[in-house]
Every structure is written in structure tokens, then in C-alpha cells.
Design a protein around this ligand. Structure first.
Ligand code: MTE
Ligand code: MO
Length: 202
């Protein structure tokens, strides 16, 4: 019986890292790996919009400039990819989803993010409100690079990073949960890294 959990041992243990910040089974990296299920889309900012959809209709839509005029926050967060890398203290410039969702009347309990390229990710409304999720367009003091989801991506750092949809173009408001891209392929529907919810059944 060891009082130390398995995640604190092993070849990936990083020096000087508070193990309490590293979820089980994860290792800390200083790189920023790129994980994309397809090619990097490149939508010109002039035609880019972010939309909130409900019952097949657009309830609210913002142009790039309108998004940039909304209040934004500097967010520092630890991110955890299901492929087992964790990156600590990433810094973002981002608009809280509270600001965006607050401009639409609705009673939805779930959202599904949609993206250029067709990727989707589903999330309970409770996980994208209350200051826990953002639309991020800046990373490390610079515009978010296309490989990492620029011009803008979701940032939902308390869940595995596949929920942080890159090239996001909007949120669909839903009464009932509908699985997204990876969730349909056997990833966990919720994806809490602290409970190691990697695959459906975990
Ligand atoms: N649109 C889109 N968003 C996506 C993905 C993707 O393939 N397409 N991959 C997800 C996965 S599995 C991870 S781990 C992160 C990776 O983000 P990064 O490439 O910036 O590290 O983006 C997530 N968001
Ligand atoms: Mo991932």
C-alpha cells in the first residue's frame, strides 16, 4: 500500500511541479502539442461570425469586430489532453461564455459547439456558465494561431481539452444532450480529467 497515487511516479514525472495540479494518468509538458482531427480551416475574419443557435434558428450572431468589442479577460489555466499531456499555466485572452449566453433568452440545459471543419463537442450548460468557459482568441500575448484553433476556440479547462473546440463558430442550445464528434467515437460524454473520464464507461 503506497500513500502516493500512481500518477506521481513514472517516467513522465516533472521536477518542481505540484503533483496536486496534475490529474491521474497525466504528465506535464512544456510544449504545446497540436491535435487536430482534420486540416486547419482558414476562414477570413470578414466572413467569420460566432452564432448562438436554438431550434434550428440563429438566436444571436456576432461579427469578429463585435466579438472583439466585448469585455475580455486574461485567463490562466491548466489544460489536460486525453492523450495524457497536461500543460500548466497557459495564458489566454478570452470572452467569457457568460457574456455571450447572457445575451440570449433560453432555457437550454446543454450546448453543442460547432466549428469550421465540422467538429462538434457537447457540454452541459452548467459547465459553460459561471465563469468556467470562454471564447479564446489570444494565446501567450499574441493572436491565437490557426493550428491551435484561431481565430477563436472554446476554452473549457476543467474538462479534457477535446471539449475546447478549435475554430469554433457557435453554440447550439439544446434541451437534451447530443454527443459531439469524439463523444460519438467512444470518448467519455463528460470528460472530467480528475475522475479520469477518458472513454465511455470510465
Ligand atoms: N475543431 C476541432 N477542435 C478540436 C480538435 C479538433 O480536432 N478539431 N481536437 C481537440 C483535441 S482532442 C484537443 S486535445 C485539443 C487540442 O488543441 P491544440 O491542438 O491547441 O493542442 O483541441 C480539441 N479541439
Ligand atoms: Mo485531445
Amino acid at each position: 500500500m503506497s500513500p502516493v497515487s500512481r500518477g506521481f511516479h513514472g517516467r513522465h514525472r516533472a521536477r518542481g511541479v505540484d503533483p496536486g495540479r496534475v490529474p491521474p494518468g497525466q504528465y506535464v509538458t512544456t510544449d504545446f502539442p497540436v491535435l487536430s482531427a482534420g486540416p486547419t480551416p482558414r476562414t477570413p475574419l470578414e466572413s467569420w461570425t460566432f452564432s448562438i443557435r436554438q431550434a434550428g434558428e440563429t438566436a444571436k450572431s456576432w461579427s469578429w469586430q463585435q466579438i472583439r468589442e466585448l469585455p475580455s479577460e486574461a485567463v490562466t489555466a491548466d489544460i489536460h489532453c486525453v492523450t495524457k499531456w497536461t500543460k500548466l499555466d497557459t495564458s489566454w485572452q478570452a470572452v467569457s461564455l457568460d457574456v455571450l449566453l447572457g445575451q440570449v433568452q433560453h432555457q437550454a440545459r446543454y450546448v453543442r459547439a460547432f466549428c469550421d471543419g465540422g467538429y462538434t463537442a457537447n457540454l452541459p450548460l452548467a459547465d459553460v456558465t459561471g465563469g468556467r468557459a470562454w471564447l479564446a482568441y489570444g494565446y501567450d500575448g499574441a493572436p491565437l494561431q490557426p493550428e491551435h484553433g484561431g481565430p477563436a476556440r472554446l476554452l473549457v479547462p476543467h474538462l479534457y481539452f477535446w471539449k475546447s473546440a478549435k475554430w469554433v463558430r457557435g453554440l447550439e442550445l439544446l434541451a437534451a444532450d447530443e454527443p459531439g464528434f469524439w463523444e460519438r467515437y467512444g470518448y467519455h460524454n463528460y470528460g472530467d480529467p480528475w475522475r479520469e473520464q477518458r472513454y465511455s464507461g470510465d
